[in-house]
Design a binder for this molecule. Structure first.
Ligand SMILES: [Zn+2]
Ligand SMILES: [Zn+2]
Length: 358
């Protein structure tokens, strides 16, 4: 497996993917290159520690346990320094020269992603959007307004499975319509019971599941959904200038869960076509899957870690396409108390005024 880094053909500087222009930009001479131009360039490859070259040279069965325990060392193509990664790192930066590097073996072969949605907001925009989010919330501690804390925001491509599914569905339900009217002293109730049947094809698109064990599934899935019209065929260059992780959750592990979710959606869709009754109860629903397609997809996420005063860590994720933030903000109880005090004070004053007026 090789370490690759993309170099500017004009000056040799590092090329990184720019979310604002959707092109590759040289940080030094400021030239930019399109996707096609980048594909025509040969990335620079660095050497790698043979001893830890587990993906090509060693039998997977024998090394699985070892892999998960050991960080893996690569060499930076620019300065030759060691780059230490964990077993799911797919793109990172050299600690010494800050050169962005992509670990090509981790995004090729069986781990070659099918699709990617490139970052659409850059670090500056992400920082602003995060500050807007924090400002819009009450009871957040003052320290959280500190921009420096938030500037540690990092852009990561996280691995996901995106599933499309076709199903044939049929549903039997009972619909009731109740009419009540009065004539003289008598109240009449008429209940009409209908046997309702539905049959149809259900097509579900982009059921998206987190594919990285160490990521917090709530944070990883909280940033969904993405605008899939922006999806592109995967190219390694997109990772240049960001962090990226490779999947370690296989589709077999998610099959049952996805199936169940698809059935729930399918039932909801069929049920949604039954209208015009005051109540509906579903008697039976069958969904037969006719086709499914799983795409291994990289999605852009900005992540923020914040250390609270009590040492507690808070984690946030932001959709790298539209800036939607997911996570729980720390609550400053002093602020809650002050507001509580004000509310109490107002109530007390109102009560006193009430007493006075009486
Ligand atoms: Zn350049
Ligand atoms: Zn380096």
């Amino acid at each position: 497996m090789a370490v690759v880094s993309y170099k500017c053909p004009h000056c040799g500087g590092e090329l990184i993917f720019s979310p604002t222009t959707q092109k590759y930009k040289c940080e030094y001479c400021l030239s930019d290159f399109s996707q096609e131009e980048l594909e025509a360039l040969k990335p620079e490859e660095g050497s790698e520690e043979k001893a830890v070259n587990f993906e090509e040279d060693t039998q997977e069965e024998n090394t699985t346990e070892k892999e998960t325990q050991e960080a893996v060392i690569y060499h930076c193509p620019s300065c030759g320094a060691e780059i230490v990664t964990d077993e799911t790192t797919a793109a990172t930066f050299c600690y010494y020269c800050h050169n962005p590097v992509v670990l090509s073996g981790r995004v090729s072969g069986e781990f070659l992603p099918d699709k990617i949605i490139p970052f659409a907001i850059d670090k500056k925009q992400a920082t602003e959007k995060f500050l807007d989010y924090v400002h819009s919330k009450k009871f957040v501690p003052k320290a959280f307004f500190n921009k420096q804390q938030i500037e540690k925001i990092s852009g990561v491509y996280f691995p996901y499975w995106m599933v499309d599914m076709d199903m044939e569905g049929s549903m039997q339900a009972e619909g009731r319509n109740v009419r009540v009217w009065r004539s003289g002293d008598t109240e009449y109730t008429e209940t009409k019971v209908y046997c309702v049947e539905r049959e149809g094809d259900v097509h579900l698109e982009d059921i998206t599941k987190n594919a990285l064990k160490k990521s917090n599934a709530k944070l990883a899935e909280g940033v969904l959904p993405y605008d899939v019209s922006k999806v592109q065929k995967f190219h390694m260059g997109f990772l240049s200038g960001f962090l990226a992780e490779k999947r370690d959750i296989e589709r077999t592990e998610l099959n049952k869960q996805v199936q169940q979710e698809a059935n729930e959606y399918g039932e909801k869709i069929l049920r949604g076509t039954v209208k015009g009754y005051s109540s509906i109860s579903v008697k039976s629903c069958h969904l037969n899957q006719t086709q499914e397609n799983w795409d291994y997809t990289m999605l852009p996420v900005w992540t923020v870690t914040y250390k609270g005063k009590n040492g507690k860590m808070y984690y946030y994720s932001m959709n790298g396409q539209d800036g939607k933030v997911y996570g729980e903000l720390p609550i400053d109880y002093k602020k809650v108390w002050i507001l509580g005090g004000i509310v109490f004070g107002v109530v007390l004053i109102l009560a006193l005024m009430g007493g006075y007026l009486l």
